[in-house]
Write a protein that binds this ligand. Structure first.
Ligand SMILES: *[C@@H]1O[C@H](CO)[C@@H](O)[C@H](O)[C@H]1NC(C)=O
Ligand SMILES: *[C@@H]1O[C@H](CO)[C@@H](O)[C@H](O)[C@H]1NC(C)=O
Ligand SMILES: *[C@@H]1O[C@H](CO)[C@@H](O)[C@H](O)[C@H]1NC(C)=O
Ligand SMILES: [Zn+2]
Length: 335
């Protein structure tokens, strides 16, 4: 069975990768802040209310950003691999890919004193979940995540741990295409913001990841592009971090406004782009999208959109913020 199917799948992969390359040639305009897709699923309308909730409820204990003596935390993670059939499952969610992804997560979050524990890996054959997840993402009313994509909701409801402190990652073939590496539908404060939302958690929470984005892609040219940083970035959102270039809660391309609410990430008007040929860290040359404000754009930051080879840091301000958010919203104590 495998030998006859394999060529088909490889052909499909080739198509994906070609699309990946062209999608990565986005210009400034295509990274418009008004694009829902460019925001990894988080809509600007959620940002102000969840930020307000955070400011109001973080209290004195979580207010001191100089207290960086964080407790080591171990977060349980489940991978839910979904495929249209066994052949697909075997290819997309191989154990080695998950192991490699775990290493990347551990390395990225070690400075925040976070370790990851692989809890459960589920493998499910469901053609609808595999093929429909992400469908309509750019057209949905993002303020109503529960109205979104019914099969995604059913998938989450059926597979998730239903526990705010456990990270569920759903690995599927994303409809909007391989240029969309993954998304989360909400910031964690959203659940606390309105008690009704907590009841909907098991249909909304968790990270949706394009299978392409796991490390060790079967096609070498894709494996070079995707080294596991997409999940690092999406987990940042799952914890509550925003893009270093904001989310459109200010005017598109603007150097005004609150940005990501983090003091030590330089103000950035739009996502890093145009570094498409960067194959080594030395080739990651930051742009300066707000030249009148100190600091170059955060090309090395996980929460920008630079090629993965450039991404290797969270700032101390982001680390403080993610630990405070995890403490307040996901029962993972900061101290
Ligand atoms: C398995 O799924 C892939 C992709 O969806 C498809 O191309 C292939 O024909 C399927 N194989 C079987 C046996 O259904
Ligand atoms: C597959 O997905 C559909 C659509 O969400 C759902 O109705 C069905 O129960 C799922 N099947 C399995 C075996 O989980
Ligand atoms: C892993 O699966 C087992 C068995 O279904 C369950 O009891 C446990 O809570 C799961 N762990 C997590 C972290 O989801
Ligand atoms: Zn994002």
């Amino acid at each position: 069975m495998r030998s006859s199917l394999f060529p088909f799948i490889l052909a499909a992969l080739a198509l994906h990768v070609a699309k990946v390359n062209s999608a990565f040639t986005f210009g400034k305009h295509d990274h418009s802040h008004s694009s829902y897709g460019g925001s990894c699923g988080i809509h600007p309308t959620q940002i102000a209310s969840t930020e307000e909730h955070f400011q109001k409820h973080k209290g004195n204990r979580l207010s001191d950003s100089h207290n960086t003596d964080y407790a080591w935390a171990t977060i349980a993670i489940n991978f839910h691999i979904v495929g249209s059939n066994q052949t697909v499952l075997d290819i997309i969610g191989r154990d080695e890919r998950i192991e490699a992804q775990m290493k990347v997560l551990d390395e990225a979050y070690a400075p925040a004193r976070i370790q990851w524990k692989l809890a459960n890996v589920t493998r499910t054959i469901n053609e609808t979940w595999w093929a429909k997840t992400g469908e309509g993402l750019f057209d949905e009313d993002p303020t109503r995540p529960l109205d979104a994509n019914p099969s995604e909701r059913e998938m989450k409801e059926s597979l998730s741990a239903r526990d705010s402190s456990v990270l569920d990652v759903f690995v599927v073939d994303l409809v909007p295409g391989p240029s969309l590496g993954g998304y989360v539908r909400t910031l964690p404060g959203w659940y606390a913001d309105d008690p009704k939302h907590e009841l909907e958690r098991d249909q909304v929470d968790g990270v949706i990841l394009n299978w392409n984005a796991l490390p060790l892609h079967p096609q070498p040219s894709a494996a070079e592009i995707f080294t596991g940083k997409v999940l690092v970035h999406e987990v940042g959102h799952w914890m509550g971090l925003l893009h270093t270039f904001g989310h459109g809660h200010e005017a598109p391309g603007s150097c005004e406004g609150p940005g990501d609410y983090v003091d030590d990430t330089p103000t950035q008007a739009y996502a890093t782009h145009g570094q498409l040929t960067a194959k080594t860290l030395e080739q990651c040359i930051p742009q300066d999208s707000c030249p009148d404000i100190p600091g170059l754009d955060s090309i090395n930051n996980y929460m920008d959109y630079a090629p993965e080879v450039c991404q290797h840091e969270f700032t101390p301000g982001q680390i403080w913020r993610l630990r405070a958010l995890l403490d307040l919203y996901r029962q993972i104590p900061a101290y």
